[in-house]
Write a protein that binds this ligand. Structure first.
Ligand code: ADP
Ligand code: ASP
Ligand code: MG
Length: 474
């Protein structure tokens, strides 16, 4: 069989007919190069948010509000499909397929509004329609453009546990299902198209892998089928030295290690979902991040070992909307077992902690979800004085070459000397340095750090040409 390449297209790469048309050309390009693509698509841009809003409205009993959202989504999907698929009978087939999905979705929302209680299971069921429908439209568009495309319902292959909203994939089942449902079609040179993000339990309940999870699906498919490469097609030229939306001078990073990419993803670089990296690392499959708006660009290659870089950092990630919780032990001081008691409270509320710093009498922790904050604070106040402050941001500088450099901390802190820093930490992995600041200071801090560390970029690692500075689509 030809070399397998898993190609994942994010929301902006399938956001309308123009984007889907471009996606079809990119896939055709791979076929013409003698590769066998398997395509994973996200929901069209912003659809997941809108479906979540519809579910929330129905959960509050606002039936009409929910149906108004799906009415608009229905029109958007039908119009996009109508512009993409013009031949008959394909155009009426896709129209009916989309219609049937929306009829089923509206039925769920009506039931939900009647019951008035949104469970994580129903939420996953509702939100799954984004990828279910986008993958159908993309398959029909590919077929209309002469590609031998076959639609796969991702829920047949991506078997997960029942942790709705953040389900854990079951690798062995996935591998077996992919071999059963996808590989035979790929062997017949069919271009399989499936939705990312969604899965199903062994009992058949629909699940999702967490926000941004289509990257994860691509890695699961690539890992399960031992693909030759995984391509993450998005709206920027690759992994950049900073989010180009915040830092217009950001440069493309040509090559980065798995470990660095995972660290960046974890600390907020939205371009790649943190969990993406694992299935690919295990099988040593190269991952490329590419721009569907600018397919000629080489993108970023993520490999097991990154080449040496002259500068200490490869990129700076920022995670906003964090809350710092200060837990002050008061007269108890930090006795034996105290930290355990603190962490048990976070564990009880299933709240992940991003960063921790301790002093003799206090512990500061950061969390990215405010959902359970009042309950957590109430429990903590049984053993300590508690304060929490929102609107904080974590800035994280990542690079394997921090190791060989002295005096890095001094350079970092002098670059951001005008900004009030809190909770400074050098990660145990020794490839990141991070600190917390006010959200309002993010732009200034990022610009100063970028100027300090990327003014003289290593041309082996960074794209120093002028073109690299342009953000997607421009
Ligand atoms: P997709 O819908 O294709 O999955 P995402 O919106 O999830 O795309 O991720 C792409 C976005 O990630 C970019 O538009 C960019 O604003 C953001 N981003 C954040 N940090 C970085 C970074 N270091 N390099 C590139 N993009 C980044
Ligand atoms: N559509 C999902 C989301 O918006 C998954 C993804 O796009 O990766 O989170
Ligand atoms: Mg994404």
């Amino acid at each position: 069989m030809k070399p397998l390449v898993v190609m994942k297209f994010g929301g902006t790469s399938v956001q309308d007919d123009v984007a889907i048309d471009r996606t079809a050309s990119i896939v055709r390009g791979r076929v013409e190069r003698g590769l066998q693509p398997i395509v994973v698509v996200s929901a069209m841009a912003r659809v997941t948010d809108q479906l979540l809003a519809a579910a929330a409205a129905a959960g509050r009993g606002d039936r009409n509000g929910a149906l108004a959202i799906t009415g608009r989504l229905r029109n958007r999907h039908l119009e996009t499909a109508g512009r993409l698929v013009t031949s008959s009978p394909a155009s009426s087939q896709i129209h009916h397929a989309i219609d049937a999905e929306f009829v089923a979705l509206d039925e769920i929302l009506r039931g939900l509004a009647a019951v008035g209680e949104l469970t994580p299971r129903i939420s996953d069921m509702v939100v799954s329609y984004g990828e279910r429908i986008s993958s159908r439209i993309v398959t029909a568009a590919f077929a209309d453009r002469g590609l031998d495309a076959a639609h796969i319902d991702a829920r047949q292959c991506i078997v997960t546990d029942a942790q709705y909203g953040r389900a854990i994939p079951q690798d062995e089942h996935i591998e077996q299902r992919l071999h059963e449902h996808v590989l035979p079609l790929a062997r017949q040179a069919k271009v399989c198209v499936m939705g990312g993000f969604i899965g199903s339990t062994l009992q058949g309940a629909t699940t999702t892998l967490g926000r941004g999870g289509s990257d994860f699906t691509a890695a699961l498919v690539g890992g399960g089928l031992e693909a030759d490469a995984i391509e993450i097609w998005t709206d920027v030229n690759g992994i950049m030295t900073a989010d180009p939306r915040v830092c217009p001078d950001a440069l493309r990073v040509k090559s980065i290690s798995f470990e660095e990419a995972a660290e960046l993803a974890y600390f907020g670089a939205k371009v790649l979902h943190p969990a993406t990296i694992l299935p690919a690392v295990k099988k040593n499959i190269p991952v490329l991040v590419l721009n569907s708006h600018n397919p000629a660009n080489e993108g970023t290659r993520i490999t097991a070992v990154a080449p040496h870089c002259r500068s200490p950092f490869k990129s700076i990630a920022v995670k906003k909307r964090l809350t710092i919780i200060d837990v002050v032990a008061g007269r108890m001081l930090m006795s034996h077992g105290y930290l355990k008691a603190v962490f048990e409270i976070f564990d009880k509320h299933k709240c992940a902690v991003d960063m921790v710093s301790t002093s003799e009498v206090s512990v500061s922790l950061t969390v990215d979800s405010n959902e359970r904050l009042p309950e957590i604070a109430a429990d903590l106040s049984q053993i300590a004085d508690v304060k929490y402050e929102g609107k904080k941001a974590l800035v994280c500088l990542v690079g394997e070459d921090i190791r060989g450099h002295n005096g890095i901390a001094g350079r970092v802190f002098s670059a951001v000397r005008h900004v009030n820093l809190r909770m400074i930490s050098q990660g145990a992995s020794e490839i990141n340095m991070s600190f917390m600041i006010e959200e309002d200071d993010v732009e200034e801090a990022l610009r100063s750090l970028h100027a300090e560390f990327f003014a003289d970029p290593d041309p082996e690692i960074f794209d120093v040409t002028e073109a690299a500075k342009s953000v997607a689509g421009s």
